[in-house]
Design a protein around this ligand. Structure first.
Ligand code: KG4
Ligand code: ZN
Length: 329
């Protein structure tokens, strides 16, 4: 089965063709980073307009790269929740139009489920139950997943998401946008032990809190002569530390043998190294997809649709978008 995936929930327009939920035949990503960089963050109205311009050419390119005609496509899957509403609408309208014109089933995918299913597009063999760490620009969740399509939220953030912390910190330090990749790069040349920034705990839970860390970093940078590379490395170490320790605590509590990492922040080299290390020490297998599958892309949407076909099937074209919705509803 070949599924055409479409993703437009934030600032990437993407289309992909995935065979049997595993084999990526194409995964075209049109990024808007350059457009939003001068504003220091994603401007929703600008994002929707850009999606509108590129969504059809991106779909066409995905089909061409996959060497597929419409006859080779069995279904169309699209992210319809959660995300920027104007951006979501563009992808969903494109998918509806294609589904209607080409007479294909339409599948409506939850964006975070998509991120988790990026782990099915690699050589890693997922064996349930697993614990997933989903860290993106809008979410920082630890999720127990006993089988396909079933989720139990074990921890979330009480304020900023991990990606948001990277972005806000970079902006406050005048480093540019998006903060995650910039800090990741700088941190490689800095000393992560230079400054001991706080590791916040939320009483009696595994929840995260990152807003105090951002403030601590900015205050410290204002009054210190330290190399900015050391400051960013120490900030990243503080984020990574709590993400790793809470995830493995959840994994131990649930007795799982595998941990999956997903979302844009999973592209962070410090997080990947720390997760892999901790996995080796504890005997828990860790999956971190390659960078291109961690940040927003349509291959992960097509994969999630394949494994949750019945759940996602939209029975008519009145399918709607939602700016927010918890995973698993
Ligand atoms: O999953 P994603 O592409 O979009 C959302 O669903 O939000 O995640 C975007 C987030 C941004 O906050 C970005 O700064 C962060 O992921 N990110 C990173 C890295 N690459 C992207 N954070 C840390 N290190 C990275 N290398
Ligand atoms: Zn995302």
């Amino acid at each position: 089965m070949r599924i055409l995936g479409i993703e437009s929930s934030c600032d990437e327009t993407s289309a992909a063709v995935v065979e049997d939920g595993r084999k990526v035949l194409s995964n075209i990503i049109s990024s808007q980073i350059d457009i939003h960089a001068r504003f220091g963050g994603v401007v929703p109205e600008v994002a929707s307009r850009r999606h509108l311009e590129v969504v059809i050419p991106t779909v066409r390119e995905a089909l061409e790269k996959a060497e597929c005609t419409w006859d080779d496509i069995d279904a169309v899957a699209v992210t319809n929740r959660p995300g920027l509403i104007g951006s979501l609408i563009v992808g969903v309208m494109a998918a509806k139009t294609i589904a209607y014109a080409k007479n294909k089933p339409l599948l409506a995918v939850h964006h975070l489920e998509g991120h988790i299913y990026a782990n099915f597009l690699t050589d890693f063999v997922v064996e349930f139950p697993v614990v997933c760490l989903v860290v993106s620009g809008g979410h920082s969740d630890v999720i127990y997943m006993p089988e396909h399509g079933k989720y139990e939220l074990l921890a979330t953030t009480v304020d900023d998401a991990a990606g948001e912390a990277f972005d806000k910190c970079a902006r406050a330090l005048g480093l540019g946008y998006p903060g995650g990749p910039i800090i990741d790069k700088m941190a490689k040349e800095g000393n992560p032990k230079a400054v001991r920034f706080p590791r916040a705990r939320v009483k009696d839970t595994l929840d995260f809190s990152f807003s105090g860390l951002k403030t601590a970093v900015v205050r410290y940078a204002e009054s210190s002569e330290d190399d900015i590379k050391d400051i960013t490395a120490s900030f990243q170490a503080a984020v990574v530390d709590v993400l790793v320790s809470h995830t493995f605590k959840a994994a131990r509590e649930r007795g799982v043998k595998q941990v999956l990492v997903a979302g844009g922040v999973a592209a962070n080299s410090g997080l990947k190294n720390a997760m892999t290390e901790k996995g080796k020490r504890t005997g828990i297998a860790v999956s971190v997809p390659p960078m291109v599958l961690c940040t927003d892309n349509a291959a992960m949407i097509a994969a999630a649709a394949y494994y949750n076909y019945d759940k996602y099937l939209a029975h008519d074209l009145r399918l709607d978008c939602k700016a927010s919705e918890p995973i698993g509803l």
